[in-house]
Design a protein around this ligand. Structure first.
Ligand code: BTN
Length: 262
């Protein structure tokens, strides 16, 4: 590797945060920060660990996709959390809402969510999160792995050129990854560490959902379900009225309909 410097140095000073980022590990290159965080969890690490990488050689997204990001341009990180087991299904919502609130500070355009946790600006995806969970001797854990397109030029990557954007593309200027990361750690911690914010999480998150009221197709395992997205329930499950009129509750499916602009 070329020996790049750690732009995120010193962000582990908590600065009022309670949990997230109490220890931050930076890698110039790794396979997947989600795997690094999982290994730490299995070795007994306490919650709040953040693993950041400048580049991933095996970064992965939801539904077995790969996550594309050129070296040193974007934010690629994973957070190890040990939430109450009843809060585990809400971890994708924590990720999506924290990213959306962070990006509000860096763009004038509305930042929306596509269920369950794609973050979109100008009808294009700018961030996604892959939440994985497990258990070890120290109990249950969740890994929130998030990629935020900060300075990448999506048009240089044919596989995502028509569906992705970045802060730099939106603003026309290079954006400090350190400042985005600082705000993101703050927003994520503010939601996760406060019963008040966790209490309003589903309504705050669903207020940004662009999926509601739309006819969509959802991949649910091997099944494709077409229906009207009527809303979300108190744990973030999508309420989808299928073509037979039945109301389906979908927890971890995937909205596959091409929304406007994709
Ligand atoms: C998606 O939208 O499909 C989720 C993308 C998640 C990508 C992030 S990048 C950091 C972390 N490490 C990974 O291997 N994946 C997540």
């Amino acid at each position: 590797m070329s020996g790049s410097t750690n732009e995120f140095e010193g962000l582990d000073a908590l600065d009022g945060r309670q949990v997230i980022g109490r220890r931050i590990v930076w890698h110039e290159e790794t396979e997947s920060t989600n795997d690094d965080a999982r290994h730490a969890a299995e070795a007994g690490e306490c919650e709040g660990l953040v693993v950041i990488a400048d580049v991933q050689t095996a970064g992965r997204g939801r539904m077995s996709r790969t996550w594309t990001s050129p070296p040193g341009r974007d934010i690629l990180f994973s957070v190890l959390l040990r939430p109450d087991v009843t809060d585990l299904p809400k971890m994708p919502l924590v990720a999506g809402l924290a990213v959306a609130r962070t990006l509000d500070a860096f763009t004038d355009q509305p930042v929306t969510l596509k269920w369950p946790n794609d973050v979109r600006v100008a009808n294009r995806k700018i961030s996604g999160s892959l939440v994985e969970s497990g258990s070890s001797k120290s109990g249950y854990f969740a890994i929130i792995g998030t990629g935020v397109n900060v300075n990448m030029d999506a048009s240089a990557h044919p596989e995502i050129s028509k569906i992705a954007t970045s802060l730099r593309t939106l603003t026309g200027e290079s954006v400090s990854r350190r400042e985005v990361m600082r705000k993101l750690l703050f927003e994520m911690d503010r939601i996760y560490s406060s019963p008040e914010h966790m209490g309003s999480l589903v309504s705050d998150w669903s207020a940004r959902l662009e999926t509601i009221g739309q006819e969509i197709d959802v991949r649910w395992g091997d099944e494709f379900i077409h229906g009207l997205a009527e809303g979300v329930d108190e744990t973030g499950r999508l309420l989808l009225r299928d073509s037979s009129g039945e109301l389906r509750l979908l927890e971890a499916g995937e909205v596959t309909t091409q929304l406007a602009g994709q």
